[in-house]
Design a protein around this ligand. Structure first.
Ligand code: SF4
Length: 236
């Protein structure tokens, strides 16, 4: 299913949505600092199913106890699990982190993902998602924020917003939505678009009680129109 029409239409819709968000929030600027890719992979594994605050606490604790990758790679799964417990799913995350470090070192002879910079986006994503516990969202975060590749990470906020906008099918999961949207995101826009959609999802298009009358996307949102109709208000 191609949501709301043809592939060209999806690209045009994404451009329009991105422009509307930029007018409301500005165009989120790239940080001059690129996080070291392997640290970013560890951080993003820690971010799964938890809040940013608990992710950051788990990451800080991990880096404080094991400040280098060789030290972390030599740690026991139990020690890593104990250190990152605040982030939730500690056993699975410890396993994913240690298994990624072990394989990268075995295959590349060093603790580095820098070689991914020379790979195409699909190949680099394919490499990262071949690690247990690393899905499309985690891979795309690393590829977008550490390599500036045109990957489009979809988190739960973006999934909810794009479903309400009718841009992805109702049954799509995070991976499917990311792969469906990514080829149609305007060039150069994945990072600001990603950040602005998350902001909209947190502040306005909330899981319960979205604030549709305040939303910059109301004029192009089927869910917003439906809710306005239920309230007896015409969308602006
Ligand atoms: Fe979400 Fe409402 Fe905005 Fe649509 S109009 S994106 S449902 S807040």
């Amino acid at each position: 299913m191609t949501p709301r029409g043809s592939r060209t239409t999806l690209a045009a819709l994404l451009r329009d949505v991105s422009d509307r968000l930029s007018r409301r929030y500005g165009r989120a600027r790239r940080s001059a600092h690129r996080m070291e890719p392997l640290r970013n992979l560890v951080l993003t594994i820690l971010s799964q199913n938890t809040t940013d605050a608990n992710r950051d606490r788990a990451f800080a604790a991990l880096m404080a106890r094991f400040p280098t990758f060789p030290l972390l790679a030599a740690a026991s799964p139990k020690d890593v699990e104990e250190t990152i417990r605040v982030g939730g799913l500690a056993r699975a995350k410890a396993k994913a982190i240690l298994s990624a470090l072990s394989r990268i070192h075995r295959e590349r002879g060093e603790y580095s993902l820098d070689f991914l910079s020379g790979m195409s986006l699909p190949d680099a994503r394919g490499y990262l998602t071949s690690f247990p516990g690393v899905g499309v969202k985690t891979a795309n975060v690393v590829l977008l924020f550490s390599f500036r590749k045109e990957a489009f990470p979809v988190d739960t906020h973006i999934l909810r917003v794009t479903k309400r906008l009718g841009l992805v099918p109702p049954a799509a999961d995070l991976s499917r939505a990311a792969l469906l949207l990514e080829p149609h995101v305007p060039p150069g826009e994945p990072m600001p678009f990603h950040m602005n959609l998350i902001r909209l999802g947190r502040e306005i298009c909330r899981p319960r009680d979205p604030l549709c009358p305040e939303c910059p996307l109301l004029a192009v949102c089927p869910e917003g129109a439906r809710r306005a109709e239920n309230r007896g208000v015409a969308p602006r």
